[in-house]
Every structure is written in C-alpha cells, then in structure tokens.
Write a new protein. Sequence first.
Length: 314
Amino acid sequence: MSIYDDIKKPVISLAPMEDVTDTVFRQIINSIQRPDLFYTEFVNVEGLNSVGREKVIHRLKYDPTQNPIIAQLWGIKPKNFFKGAQLVKELGFDGVDINMGCSVKKVVQRKAGSGLITQERDIVKRIIERTREGAVGLPVSVKTRLGWDSYDFEWIEFLIEQDLDVLTFNAVTAKGDMSLVPNWDIISKIVRLRDDMRSKTLIFGNGGISSLKQAKEYAKKYCVDGVMIGRAALSNPWIFSQQDEVSTEERIEMLREQVILFQKTWGKKKSYNKLKKFIKTYINGFSGSQEIREDLMECKSIEELLEKTDNLFD
Ligand SMILES: Cc1cc2nc3c(=O)[nH]c(=O)nc-3n(C[C@H](O)[C@H](O)[C@H](O)COP(=O)(O)O)c2cc1C
C-alpha cells in the first residue's frame, strides 16, 4: 500500500528546491495551504555516509504535519543510496525520490543528478535497485529531465521499464537550447509511451507553471498524473490556495513568521544569508515595495530584520 494509491489525482506538489524548501518554508506553505505532496531538498547520499553527515542531514528534518512528504536523494554510489533509503524509511517519510535531473556544476561533475543520463544504464539500474532494497516497501520515484542535450526517448523508455512508482519530468534538457523552454508536448508523448508500454508508473510534469489554475489545466491538457510547482512557489507561497490577493500586512506578517520559525528551527546552524532571498518573496507587488525591500536587504541579522519589519506597522 503506497501513498500513491490513495492520493487524489492530479497530484499537485511543491518541487524540491535546495535552500528553499526546507522544513521551515514547507511549514509556512502548510500554514497557508499545502500542496498534495511535499518533497525535501535533495540530500547527498555520499555526504550522509561520511564524516560530513551533519552538513547534509538537516535537509531530512521535517514536521509530521508535512506528511505526505517524499525525501529526495542524490549521489552516485548504489551502496550509499541503499543506506540513504534505509534512513529515509526509518525517519517516517512516505517515499524516496532519486534526483536524476539536477544540472548544477558540483553535481554534474560527479556524474550525479542529470549526469546520470549520460552514464552506463547498469549504474542507474543499480542505484534504483539498491534504493528499493533500502526503502523496503516505500514507493521509489525518479525526477529527471527530457535528456542530456536533446530529447532522449531511449533514456525515457529505459526509465519507464524500471517500474518506478512515479517519474517526474522537468520538461527541459540538461544542456543546450532545449534546456531553456519547457516543452510539455514531449511530456504528453511520454504519457502515451507509458500507456503503450502498459506501465503503471505515474507521470508528473514540471516546468514553468505559474499558478494553481495553470497546474490543473496542464494536468488535463497533457494527461499527466501530477504537476510539480517550483519557482512560482518561491515568489508566491500562497500559490496552493485560492487566494488571489494578499494584503501588504499579510505579506509582512508572513515574512516575520518565517524569520521567527527559521530562528527557532535552525538557531545558529544555518546562516542568515539563506533567509535573505525570502525578503523578495514577500516584499513585492505593492506600492513602495521596492524601497522597503532594498532597505530590508541591508539588514545584517535576524534581529535587525525583525526590528525593521516591526517598525513597518507604525
Ligand atoms: C533554487 C532552486 C533549487 C532547486 N533544487 C532542486 C533540488 O534540490 N532537487 C531537484 O530535483 N530539483 C531542484 N530544483 C529544480 C526544481 O525542482 C524544478 O524542477 C525547476 O525549478 C523547474 O520547475 P519550475 O519551473 O516550476 O521552477 C531547484 C530549482 C531551484 C530554482
């Protein structure tokens, strides 16, 4: 029995985003309106199995109110995926997602993330198998792209053959011109291919979605089982609610809530700089927001930011 048996379709989820979708931001989204499914930021399995474990394990922190939630792992060594998946199971997550889509340099250089698209298929198979063994019964999914530098149906067909619970496609390639504009037509071709192959794997689409309405429209139009929303949630944490307008007071209040929760959750463990991008999240779209934002960006500490935002109400 997996969460995907019960969960309503299309499954609208919050995409995994490094240094964005930590337990604090997910909690904030939860307090407004949660998506159907959460993911953690990606967690490096080599890091989890090294002396540097402390540097990455914080990414698996979550609050039980966030279930259903999937932990996302990235790396290269099958044995580390095995141990990583065991830990994910122990911690009470609802599934394991394997990152085969990240294209940032530090990841691709190690042939991990989207680098796996260019690897021997045997290695990819071993990673999936060992993750499954570690996850004992938890659903296992893969998030990837449409290919390395061109649409790659050999890669896509290979993944469908792996009998995964879910395959999520960010509708771009890792490199080249097709890495820029999401192509959802390819995603609907993948859905047809999945049906032709008589596979039960759910297909989720991702890339360039800007509202809940668009997510639902795309699910219908492209026949996917789910839609994942990333950057649009960072610029609008209200995205999963039906709320069209958010007042200035509400925006400032929510920024303050996030800052206070960040401090309570992480203390000195995470640098204040990781919070700064959220000033832009909340302080935008109202008259005078640019000046206020620029002023708040000058703050050097949480205390200063809280003091300044408190004074905004005067
Ligand atoms: C700041 C940032 C961090 C990201 N970190 C991850 C990650 O940890 N794991 C992952 O699979 N994708 C990651 N992504 C990719 C997103 O999950 C998503 O696939 C991509 O942003 C496209 O969706 P969007 O157009 O809705 O943003 C990240 C994207 C951004 C912008």
